[in-house]
Design a binder for this molecule. Sequence first.
Ligand code: HEM
Length: 149
Amino acid sequence: MKLHTLLKLGVLSVLLVGGPALTSVHAAAADDETTEIGEQMDRMNRAFRELRKLAADAGSNAASLELVATMRAASAEAAKHTPALAADLPEAKRAAFTAAYREQMDKFIGVLDELAAAFKAGDNTAAAELVGRLRDVQRQSHREYKKPD
Ligand code: HEM
C-alpha cells in the first residue's frame, strides 16, 4: 500500500471513530449554555421574586409597576426566540410548537397587563390574585415548552 493511501485511511478512521465522540461532547456543552430565552427568563425570575414580596403592599405599587414592566420586556424579548426543546422535535412539528410557545407568551403578557392595571388602580387584592395566575401560566409553560433539566 502506498504511503498516501495509508494516510487517507488514517484520516478516515479518525473521522469515523473520533467524529461521533467529538459531536456528543459538543452537544453536552451546548446543553449547559444559557440560551437567549434563558437569559430573559433569569431577568424575569429576579423581577418576579421581588414582585411576589411587594404585590400585596399598596405603598409599593410604583416599584411593583416597574417590576411588571421588566417582566413584560423580558417576555417580549423571549418571544422572539425559539425554545431549545424545538430542536428535539421532528422537523415537521417545530413550526407549530414555536407558534404555540409565542401564543402562550402573549397570554402571559396579557396577564402582566392586567396586573399593571390593578397596581395603577390601587387594587392589591386583584394584584395578589393575578400574581397567582402568573405562577400558573409559568408552570404550565415550563411543562410544555421548557426542556427538562
Ligand atoms: C413568572 C414567570 C416565569 C419565570 C419566573 C420563569 C423562569 C425561568 C427560569 C429561571 C428559567 C431557566 C433559565 C436558564 O436556563 O437559565 C426558565 C426557562 C424557560 N422558560 Fe420560563 N419563566 C417564566 C415564564 C415563562 C413563560 C410564560 C414561558 C413560555 C411562554 C416560559 C418558557 C421558558 C422556556 C422555553 C425556558 C427554557 C429556555 C430555552 O428553551 O431556551 N417561561 N424560565
